[in-house]
Ligand binder design. Structure first.
Ligand code: DX5
Ligand code: ZN
Length: 217
């Protein structure tokens, strides 16, 4: 399978969001990554439902929605109604993860589970049969523009082995510090989906940066 590119809108210019979403529409990006932060699970606040609804009206790409919020169960149907296609919750934020991922799928979305850098991949063993994607955080969540944590390669390899033996349909996504210097090695290690914020919107030509991440060599 060709790998998927999911540009993170967090690094876009919020003063001209529409233009930046149109850039993604015109690119070879597969998804659009939205970071939802509540100021409790992570030390930052991003944006909420009215903004997601606005993005949904403009975006031609499926919304890959990454919830960095506590108690996400309270809002699952609202994210579906706002336009999320893939809904990823954090392992660390869910007391009843099995129930949460079933609910996400019941609402018609793909279910993802994300791990903070300190959370071992082995903890996902019993949830893998019920989910569509694992998002490995390769920085501490909360902010764009941080440096990639090198230790992540070990975690991705370990997760890839588990995915192969338990549920080969599960996609592995990485998020944080992804750029042209590490993208190829990440794909070779077993990653299916690259999220990229600064390395796309921080350049003069985001459409080209997306194409470069898609056509790795
Ligand atoms: C960080 C977010 C990321 C962020 C990545 O908590 O989950 O999606 O936008 O930004 P870069 O690619 O700049 O590290
Ligand atoms: Zn993210």
């Amino acid at each position: 399978m060709d790998h998927i590119i999911s540009p993170s809108l967090l690094a876009a210019n919020f003063g001209r969001l529409e233009e930046d979403i149109e850039l993604v529409n015109s690119s070879v990006a597969d998804w659009l990554h939205l970071d939802i932060m509540d100021g409790v699970f992570v030390p930052n606040i991003s944006f909420g439902f009215p903004v997601i609804e606005h993005i949904k009206r403009i975006s031609k790409k499926p919304l890959d929605t990454h919830l960095m919020i506590v108690d996400p169960d309270r809002y699952l149907s609202r994210f579906r109604d706002a336009g999320a296609s893939i809904l990823t919750v954090h392992y660390e934020a869910c007391n009843h993860l099995n129930r949460t991922v079933h609910e996400i799928r019941k609402l018609g979305m793909k279910a993802g589970v994300s791990l903070n850098p300190h959370t071992p991949a082995a903890l996902l063993r019993d949830i893998l049969p019920y989910i569509d994607m694992v998002l490995i955080m390769t920085v501490n969540p909360g902010f764009g523009g941080q440096s990639f944590i090198e230790q992540s390669y070990h975690k991705i390899s370990e997760l890839k082995d588990m995915v192969k033996s338990i549920n080969p349909d599960v996609l592995i996504e990485v998020d944080g510090g992804v750029d042209s210097s590490n993208a190829l090695r990440l794909i070779e290690t077993g990653v299916d989906v690259l999220v990229a914020g600064s390395s796309v919107f921080g350049t003069d030509d985001p459409v080209r940066a997306i194409a470069d991440l898609k056509n790795l060599q």
